[in-house]
Design a protein around this ligand. Structure first.
Ligand SMILES: [Ca+2]
Length: 277
């Protein structure tokens, strides 16, 4: 079966990030393994995993192989499952997009084709210098609020955060009560960041490690970033530019150090500040 992660969205103070965090969750595949049992494939494919865009196919001897998903054979999707590729083409779903990418394997077009964002392709206004400067302020606040919501949820039904994470977020939660709920202008966010710097460090790290899974190597590939950016691009037109600029050495990978830097998190001072190296 495919492995999925829940991609959540939230409404947060003065942000246009996706609404109804936790209550409006949707699924985004981070690896695509063939649902052989759905396709009526032989049992040898049942527990045979293929990467995204491929499906299992058993040869005459019953030996399983991964072959490209035929985009035309993808299951039907609803409108809300449409996705926009980096080729600015709308695909019926991730199955069709990654099947197409697989068929283009070895070509430049194939290498450059990624999931850009969830939803049909639409006009994304350019992000101005001013807006991209404000972006880390709002994103940091958003990440902090995500963790606080997780913490509040865990007070009733534990299991979202580990004990170690809960202990970390508890301090943020208690500290966050200083700010009155509601919209916060960027000036206040900037002031709060300067005064309560430590509160913002952990959420930035936490998000990085949530994304750094395939593989866990302190580097984020486009695919690893996709669960975050694909959901935010339609609402946050600066996110593409933000992550492009985050990749300071332009190697198409965002290292933890680059990630911290673009969120304004300093390189470590011992003890109190988590090192970003
Ligand atoms: Ca990685």
């Amino acid at each position: 079966m495919s492995i999925w992660i829940m991609l959540c969205s939230m409404k947060t103070k003065n942000l246009t990030f996706p609404n109804e965090y936790l209550t409006n969750t949707w699924l985004y595949p981070i690896t695509s393994n063939s649902p052989s049992f759905l396709l009526g494939l032989p049992d040898t494919c049942r527990n045979f995993h293929c990467k995204r865009g491929k499906v299992c196919h058993a040869d005459k001897q019953g030996k399983p192989h991964c072959i490209c998903q035929d985009p035309a054979a993808c299951p039907p999707t609803k409108d809300y499952e449409h996705v926009c590729g980096t080729d600015n083409k709308t695909y019926d779903g991730t199955c069709q997009l990654f099947g197409t990418k697989c068929q283009l394997e070895g070509t430049k077009i194939g290498r450059q084709l990624h999931l850009d964002y969830m939803g049909s392709c639409k006009y994304i206004p350019p992000c101005t210098d001013y807006e991209v400067d404000q972006f880390p302020l709002r994103m940091r606040d958003w990440l902090k609020n995500i963790l606080i919501q997780f913490y509040e949820r865990d007070l009733n039904t534990s299991g979202i955060l580990t004990e170690k994470q809960r202990n970390k977020v508890k301090k943020i939660y208690q500290n966050d009560k200083r700010l009155v709920a509601g919209d916060h202008p960027v000036e206040l966010l900037l002031h709060d960041f300067e005064k309560n710097y430590h509160m913002y460090v952990y959420p930035v790290h936490w998000q990085f490690h949530q994304l750094d899974q395939h593989p866990v190597d302190r580097l984020l590939t486009h695919s690893e970033l996709a669960p975050l950016r694909a959901s935010l691009v339609p609402m946050e037109h600066c996110i593409t530019r933000f992550f492009q600029e985050c990749d300071g050495d332009k190697d198409k990978l965002i290292a933890l150090k680059e990630w911290c830097h673009c969120f304004g998190i300093k390189e470590g001072k011992p003890k109190r500040i988590v090192r970003c190296t």
